[in-house]
Ligand binder design. Structure first.
Ligand code: SAM
Length: 283
């Protein structure tokens, strides 16, 4: 429990995850029926980019800040930038704060939608409650996100999205927990879309998870989107990250293809980066 997202807010991994999250909401909200958003690892929700943690790492400089300077962006990335800008105090062109996944989701919820936001760390959960400002559509649970999936799914709303975004302090152990939680969740809530974020260091550490998804997702389709800033052959650094999306919305692969290559060009800038969108399985 050493991980604090404030050191990483707005970095390249957040850009991929949050731009995809907005795209998933847009697709799922094409229908008026209520949806439930479940964030198993929500963190504190709002980050001060001029605070001590962000100043120490400056990760947002090579993440969200690069998009602000881009002369033209694909529509989906412009929508992400506009949403981040909507959180800024009036009067500046700069971005001083960065919204995490629960705050982005809160912005996108309609009156009929609900959010279940889980965060194990006491201070982070308390900060999240404050950031949400008593919004009755959002329930914060200070508890283990995997146990919450078991206890709280399925929600009353038939449609929904589960974001699983753990800190990966122990990579192998985290994948084991994700697999156990998913295997249980999709028997009880098969209609939901599940998006799992994962870090990429060595490719060989990701393959068992992909193989497991391929074998275990039943009739569900699994789409994988990856953004690599470096070749995935070094275990010493974060070379990239991915999102595995179970039951993605119709044509979500095409949606990702419209902006992921442009994001790679912006963020990998001169390095040997790669953008990948692949189906693990087509039912
Ligand atoms: C990568 S951050 C989440 C970032 C957030 N989803 C976002 O995109 O803004 C991971 C968070 O999970 C929390 N955490 C760690 N283990 C947890 C668990 N078992 N259940 C719920 N939260 C956990 C950490 O305290 C941390 O705040």
């Amino acid at each position: 429990m050493n991980y604090r997202h404030a050191f990483h807010a707005g970095n390249f991994a957040d850009v991929l995850k949050h731009a995809a999250l907005i795209g998933l909401f847009d697709a799922l909200q094409a229908k008026p029926a209520a949806l439930c958003y479940v964030d198993t690892h929500a963190a504190r929700g709002m980050y001060d980019l001029r605070g001590e943690e962000a100043l120490k790492t400056q990760e947002h400089v090579d993440g969200v800040q690069r998009l602000l300077r881009a002369p033209a962006l694909p529509i989906a990335l412009q929508r992400y930038v506009d949403l981040v800008r909507a959180f800024q105090p009036p009067g500046g062109n700069d971005i001083a704060c960065y919204p995490g996944s629960p705050l982005i989701a809160q912005r996108l919820l309609r009156e009929q939608d609900r959010a279940i936001l889980c965060e194990l760390h006491e201070e982070e959960a308390a900060a999240l409650r404050r950031s949400l400002g008593g919004d009755a559509r959002c329930a914060v649970h200070q508890r283990d996100g995997y146990a919450a999936m078991k206890a709280l799914l399925p929600p009353p709303q038939k449609r929904g999205l589960v974001l699983i975004d753990p800190p990966f302090e122990a990579q192998g152990a985290e994948f084991t927990q994700i697999q156990q939680a998913l295997a249980d969740a999709w028997t009880r809530w098969p209609n939901a879309t599940y998006a799992v974020w994962y870090p990429i260091k060595l490719r060989e550490t990701i393959l068992p998870f992909h193989r497991w998804l391929h074998r275990s997702a039943g009739k569900a389709d699994v789409l994988v989107a990856e953004l690599l800033l470096h070749p995935d052959n070094s275990g010493l650094r974060l070379n990239g990250c991915g999102l595995a999306i179970v039951n993605p919305p119709w044509h979500f692969d095409r949606t990702l293809q419209e902006w992921l290559p442009a994001l790679k060009t912006l963020l990998a800038e001169g390095r040997n980066g790669e953008a990948r969108v692949n189906w693990l399985k087509t039912a």
